[in-house]
Design a protein around this ligand. Structure first.
Ligand code: G16
Length: 543
């Protein structure tokens, strides 16, 4: 075996964010940049000799090159086998599924999720542990610490592995098994949902559109929705994954998935629309001219979970990230099960899922998932919805309206201010924190502040504490304004403002969220001094 030990210098900026290390492609293309981070992962996880690793990515630009580098480094670092998706492809939930099904030691996932791709776009890498979920903060901090002192990495000198067909290869002493990226995942979905009921729903004329946004889920959606469930050919649009996502921004929300939104709000709209993101873990759900917020989607899935065969025993509990609306809390209360509030980041759900404390998890950032894997799962959410619609034989809109009538409506919206100068964004956050004492108990129109704080979380399973997770301003009626800096951007800072108002009165449930939240939005802008501090009149994206 021809293993080379290469001298290198640390890069100071390899701190993993909300979900792994994300940077512009040219940053990853710098000599040694990817290698340093991969070696830091290997040096942190203490895998035994001959361990098995799962490997795959969302197919974005630089995926292929990175896969070859990681394979050669895995071979040089004593791994016995790597399961790699054909073409270097695995959606994030499929990678989690593979790690769990084949009980690998862990996995490396290459993705910058919903961020655009291409030569000037974003790239990303993260490590997932043997439970199939993103490494905990303890592990990511160790990786970062190693990256700051690294002086050498190990790599095998060998030819590239042929990844375009399934098969078995050797790389030095290591086995490489190129696997079908779709089949294990599709099988898992069939075990959770009533495919026969969904098939007859679709055969009965229920029309769907799924926008894969030229990202990784195209082949998964084609196989599951069109081939296995019989949706009309062409129900999946933008189904061919492209290295630059066709120049688009593969983020399934009302702004970036506009092609789907136009179809679902247009003449002859389908009954159901959905989209997923770059790596297939986010989802957006639409009915006919109707948008389901991710927070409502989590609550709806929880309230109707027993309609799906995989959840017919009921739920152990629900978890949501702190900025996610409290709609799910109301369902948990009615079901008499616990509801946990965690910091933003799927990694915080891992311990709760592993300990059997929760079955469903969700985030306002278009993420929902369950104990079936340890990642959020876009297509899973779509199938769950289709299962519920098939069982209830109602439109998406009437299912949601009935839900609001029963539980009340948590009006919700998020304002994103992207690409801000970091100092200005941090200035807004600091200003809010400096004013906690003044804000406490203050009255703004009909809203009075119950308390404000910087959210801190103590993991109920391992006791670890995560501080500084976002500023919360909570009003006496349960309404909330949250301010948080994103941990996934690659340019400047993104400030997120999350707004939530509870409304019990059914006669007001049809209101547009922006109308219902107008007063809170005004309060948020006033107390944060956001416009004057950032110079921004309008948010970049409203979801
Ligand atoms: C990641 C995390 C999510 C998080 C989202 C937004 O999603 O896995 O848990 O909610 O980022 O994070 P932020 O507000 O810090 O930008 P993804 O889909 O990008 O992997």
């Amino acid at each position: 075996m021809d293993i080379r030990t290469v001298n290198t210098q640390p890069f100071p900026d390899q701190k993993p964010g909300t979900s792994g290390l994300r940077k512009k492609v040219p940053a990853f293309q710098q000599p040694h940049y990817l290698e340093n981070f991969v070696q830091s992962i290997f040096d942190s996880i203490a895998a035994p000799q001959n361990a098995t690793l799962a490997l795959g990515g969302d197919g974005r630009y630089y995926n292929r090159e990175a896969i070859q580098i990681i394979l050669k480094m895995a071979a040089a670092n004593g791994f016995g086998k790597v399961l790699v998706g054909q073409g270097g492809i695995l959606s994030t939930p499929a990678a989690s599924c593979v790690i769990r099904k084949y009980q690998t030691y862990g996995g490396i996932i290459l993705s910058a999720s919903h961020n655009p791709g291409g030569p000037d776009g974003d790239f990303g890498i993260k490590y997932n542990s043997s439970n199939g979920g993103p490494a905990t903060e303890t592990v990511t901090e160790t990786i970062f610490a190693k990256s700051k002192t690294i002086s050498t990495y190990r790599i095998l000198d060998a030819a590239d592995v042929a990844l375009d067909a399934t098969g078995n290869f050797t790389l030095g002493d290591m086995q490489v098994e190129v696997i079908d990226p779709v089949s294990d995942y599709a099988e898992l979905m069939e075990s959770l949902f009533d495919f026969a009921a969904i098939r007859s729903l679709l055969a009965g004329g229920f029309r769907i559109k799924f926008d894969a946004m030229h990202a990784v889920n195209g082949p998964y959606a084609k196989e599951i929705l069109e081939r296995r469930l019989g949706a009309a050919t062409g129900s999946v649009i933008n189904a061919v994954p492209l290295e630059d996502f066709g120049g688009g921004h593969p983020d399934p929300n009302l702004t970036y998935a506009h092609e789907l939104v136009e179809i679902c709000y247009g003449e002859n709209a389908p009954d159901f629309g959905a989209a997923s993101d770059g790596d297939g873990d986010r989802n957006m759900i639409l009915g006919k001219r109707f948008f389901v917020t991710p927070s409502d989607s989590l609550a709806l899935l929880a309230a109707n979970a027993t309609l799906a065969p995989g959840y017919k025993q009921g739920l152990a509990g629900i978890a949501r990230s702190m900025p996610t609306s409290a709609a799910a809390d109301r369902v948990a209360q009615a079901l008499n099960i616990p509801c946990y509030e965690t910091p933003t980041g799927w990694k915080f759900f891992g311990n709760l899922l592993d300990a059997g404390k929760v079955t469903l998890c969700g985030e306002e950032s278009f993420g929902t998932g369950s104990s079936h894997v340890r990642e959020k799962d876009g297509l899973w959410a779509v199938l769950f919805w289709l299962n519920i619609v098939a069982a209830r034989k109602q439109s998406v809109e009437s299912i949601v309206s009935e839900h609001w009538a029963k539980y009340g409506r948590n009006f919700y919206s998020r304002y994103d201010y992207e690409g801000l100068p970091t100092e200005a964004a941090q200035g807004v956050m600091q200003h809010l924190k400096d004013n906690f004492a003044k804000l406490d108990g203050a009255q703004f129109g009909k809203y009075s502040v119950k308390f404000c704080d910087d959210f801190s979380y103590t993991d109920p399973v391992d006791g670890s504490v995560s501080k500084g997770q976002g500023v919360r301003i909570i009003f006496t009626d349960g309404s909330r304004i949250i301010f948080r800096l994103s941990g996934t951007g690659t340019e400047g800072a993104t400030l997120r403002v999350y707004l939530e108002a509870y409304e019990a009165d059914v006669s007001r449930h049809h209101l547009d969220a922006q109308v219902a939240l107008a007063e809170l939005i005004g309060i948020a802008l006033q107390i944060s001094e956001l416009k004057s501090r950032t110079g921004r009149e309008q948010p970049t994206v409203i979801t």
